[in-house]
Design a protein around this ligand. Structure first.
Ligand SMILES: [Cu+2]
Length: 139
């Protein structure tokens, strides 16, 4: 049991790889059409400076980002950009802000601001706890 506890502690305090800890410049191209956003899910690291390039492929579309309260509108053939610093961790929805057709309410996507390092840690700790739970049964 002490071994599991020690391993859990080790995972929790292990330093993060530099690549996931250092904020970078991110440019993401999102294509909006009446059938949805492509890609519909983007992940950035906290602190990243993110530039979203919104490309409307059929009619005018907008992108409103929940949580950050930012929006951008793009005309067909005229990409528009939105730059912000991802300083709020969490998962936020973005949705079309221009009524573009019958599928407009379904034009939604997801922005995840979180480090992959933390996710890995959480998974490793969960696996250890699960292993600890079955340990006495095996002996
Ligand atoms: Cu729309």
């Amino acid at each position: 049991m002490w071994l599991v506890a020690a391993a859990t502690l080790g995972i929790a305090v292990a330093p993060l790889p530099l690549s996931s800890a250092r904020p970078t410049e991110r440019r993401v191209r999102i294509e909006a059409s009446m059938s949805g956003f492509t890609p519909a899910a983007i992940t950035v690291n906290p602190g990243d400076r993110v530039t979203v390039e919104l490309v409307a492929t059929d009619v005018v579309h907008g992108l409103y980002l929940d949580g950050y309260g930012l929006s951008v509108t793009a005309d067909p053939g005229q990409p528009a950009t939105l730059t912000f610093v991802a300083d709020r961790p969490g998962t936020f929805r973005f949705r079309c802000s221009v009524t573009c057709g019958p599928l407009h309410p379904f034009l939604v996507g997801k922005l995840r601001v979180g480090s992959k390092g933390l996710l890995w840690r959480a998974a490793a700790i969960a696996a250890l706890i699960a292993a600890a739970a079955v340990w006495p049964v095996r002996r």
